[in-house]
Design a protein around this ligand. Sequence first.
Ligand code: FAD
Length: 546
Amino acid sequence: MSVSQTSESPDQTVVNALGQFLGAPPPGTPPEVVEALTLMAGDPADPLPPRLFFEAVEQAPSAISITNVEATILYVNRAFEVLTGYQRAEVIGKNESILSSNATPDSIYRQLWRTIKRKQTWTGTLVNRAKESGDYIAELTIAPVLDRDGELKYFLGVHRNVTKVHELEVALRQQKTRIEAVLDAAPVVVVLVDASGRIVLDNQEYKKLYGDLRGCEPVEVLRAGMQEQVGLDPLAECLAGRGFKDLEVSIETPGPGGPRWFACTGTPADEFDSSARGYFGRNAKGERRMLLLANEITARRREIERAHLEHLRARLAEQQLNHGMREALAAAIYQIQAPMNVIHAAAAMARSGTAHLDSLAGMLEQISRSGGEAMAALTAALPQEPREAGVMVNVNELLRRVLELETDRLLASGIVVDWRPAPVLPHLPGQKNHLRSLFKHLIDNAIHALNESGRSHRDLLLATRAVPGGVEVDVQDNGPGIPLASRYRVFEPFYIGWRNRRGKAGMGLALSQEIVSDHGGCIEVDPEFQDGCRIRLFLNAAKGDE
Ligand code: FAD
């Protein structure tokens, strides 16, 4: 046997030598050796010689090992050396457990061994320890290799490092957990719905509403409500790429609570295509979804409705009062007519000189009697001051409400309002309606004063302050002001200082002072303020404790 000295590769030289040997095997060569070498040399006509299989395994990018049935390593490829950090000389003859990091539960190994001993392929994940670079997550497949008789002879192990994938999965899971925690903590109903109306994601508030609706899907109920009440299908809008914001819709929930109101906001949410076809982006068919946020505003709505009702009630009561007063005044005028007639007659008699003392005395008695009756009727017609229960009130809130009520008048008079509430005010024990009419009266006075001033620049400043023991309020305007000499008289009943006295009874500030005193406070015209009028009042926070 000679080996040709050409420029062949060493592999080719071996294959050629084997070919020559097998062409004329020396006499006495055992047939098993000839068979084994025949297998090694392969068939020259076969384009895939066995050596190729060896090289393919050797150069494969995955870590490959071959063991005996006890997992003693017989062979490892180059990628195994790179991944584990062990040279093949260090691991051949050792058990695969050399790679174990002791972080894989025993149950996994038991399951692994049960499977491969049954001559089945096992695939799973283990925590391995590389020689120097520490722990890594290995995705391992072990395939049994059987001999000709079907007996288990070897195991082929293929594994790769999937630590990065695991890290990404964990990061994704963490991200998901965080998003879910934020969504669940949000005091708003949140739901993500796909194009067919299927719920993809929801939060705790959504689930709570689902319970309140006794199993009816809230998104369907809200959707139907919007279609009916606003004439808009939220899903269709979002799928068409149009969002919507704060659409108020009411829904009925079982039970005695009455309708519930939600402010709904819809946003189109585009999802990426995760299918294999869309991998390179060319055939990607992303799906559009609807992200619906529903913020419950039932309390606010009820408050508005209650305020509206209260306002209506107050107007009705006012109308009733006016009506009653007109009736009583008409009756009083009628009753006064009688003594007036007698007075006229007595005066005529006196003028004509026909008046006798007796008849005049009788007339005076008649006047006194019918005058007394008229007085009694008028006194009876005086409306009763409604009694109001004391509650804890927030002066800022009351003033703000009164300002809101006065907005139209302030705008019509061209008055610029400077509203300076104290950021924090103690709550006072007080009578809301009385305080409201107090503030309304002071603001009305300021508007009247500014209108009388004829000034082009009209300012109204309202300020509140927390002071020891209570709350101080300033109502200040840049109108004509109140002369120093009148600063006490303005609080007297029936005092009228306006140029235009029409419709004025001069009782406003007198009643205001009464309300302030009822609240354990005091009110004054600030003598220091010269550029108009500043009414300063103090309300006692401790009055309720007395
Ligand atoms: P061990 O005592 O060796 O095994 C734990 C449990 O496994 C035992 O209680 C027993 O139930 C079962 N078991 C172990 N050996 C046998 C056996 N011969 N027959 C039946 N049951 C048995 N392990 C890794 O940690 N990382 C690897 O990358 C890895 N690759 C492998 C590749 C191949 C091809 C094979 C066959 C095994 C591989 N193993 C691998 C498994 C390894 O051989 C050990 O079983 C494992 O590492 C646990 O070792 P241990 O010393 O902690 O416990």
